[in-house]
Design a protein around this ligand. Sequence first.
Ligand code: ZN
Length: 452
Amino acid sequence: MSRIVIVGGYVATVDAAGAEHDGGHVIVDDGVITAVGAGRADAAARAGAEVINASGCLVTPGLVNTHHHLYQWLTRGYAQDSILFDWLTSLYPLWSQIDAGLTGAGAAGAMAVLARSGCTTVGDHHYIFPRGSGDIVGAIVEAASSIGVRLHATRGSMDLGRSQGGLPPDFAVETTDAALAASQTAVERYHDASFGSLVRVAIAPCSPFSVTADLLREAAVLARSLGVRLHTHASETVEEDAYCLERFHMSPTEYLGSLGWLGDDVWMAHGVHLDEPAIARYAATGTGVAHCPSSNARLAAGIAPVRALLDAGVAVGLGVDGAASNESGQLGVEIRESVLMNRLRTGSDSMSVRDALRVATMGGARVLGRQAEIGSLEPGKLADIAVWKIDGVEHAGILDPVAALGLGALPPLKRLLVGGRTVVSDATLVTAEEGLVAERVARASRELAERL
Ligand code: ZN
């Protein structure tokens, strides 16, 4: 048995009671948490273990990212001043040049940055599959394995080109049948439903304005027959609302609901423009939301009604979204963004740092259906743990260790564990050579731009 004992840190468990232990301990055996509590743990428990001295540190569950487009790591800095529809229209031609090799390079870069910002579980949404582009989902799975993070890949799709009234150009879309067949293949090839799984796959047609009703309806049937989750973008912008109203005479929530897309196996990215009836439907059906504050700000989409969603009992997780609309790509930073933006929307008492930490951990675990395995520091859960160093000049002396993460500068990681395996140590990625990952990203970004 391999044992790790984390001692001396401020442990924020994010369990149901919100228990916190100043100078507490966490014991990990073979990648699973076996004890959490106050004090240093007794000497017998520490004997023969790897002891991580977390004094001067905040210890939290690893953060869970519920929405991303990893390939966009190669297209940062484009269309800097556009709103969503214009931004998409200008980027589709570039994205249509992507292939498995380039995607793998971008995904490794994006996941290295996620890991260095406290993220242990990565949700990805890949929806662009040019003809002859190879096994893109496989490349993302391989990149996640090289960085050492837990992956929730989704096989996305688009089948509604401009000539049919959709937003993407016709050359960027697949046929409905091809998208469904490839989604099934991706699930059969890579989805692992077991406890502690490092790779799960969901099915994820892209959005109401890039996908046909047939594909949405059939994708829901397929996902349920395969026992996997469903993901898409919904209620991101006022333009999307207007599109759905004009084309379907329904709001995005009504439209998606009519196609089988509300349920406790569904999570939507954004949910910025959800009104009271829509929030009630999300709550009644168990539909989850990926809250992406920086991306929503970058594209001036608005601020999601997170307080109202949480009060209604909706599962809300945090997401960085793709790096083309959030060049930071750091999940830890989104905790602070979420606190600040929800206060701008709803008032100073609408989002505490502990609310935001819960969204970033247990909230994300619920959104991905992993609440029994990850999201809090409790016996029986996987040892996905972030140890944040808060005794440096940025945070030393701060009254509340959780505020160091939720209001202060993003602290460096003393350690990041995924299933008990060290992925980051002393702020450095240890699973891959950061310089090589960066070089590969630079080369792939250049190559993609030159293909256009
Ligand atoms: Zn997105």
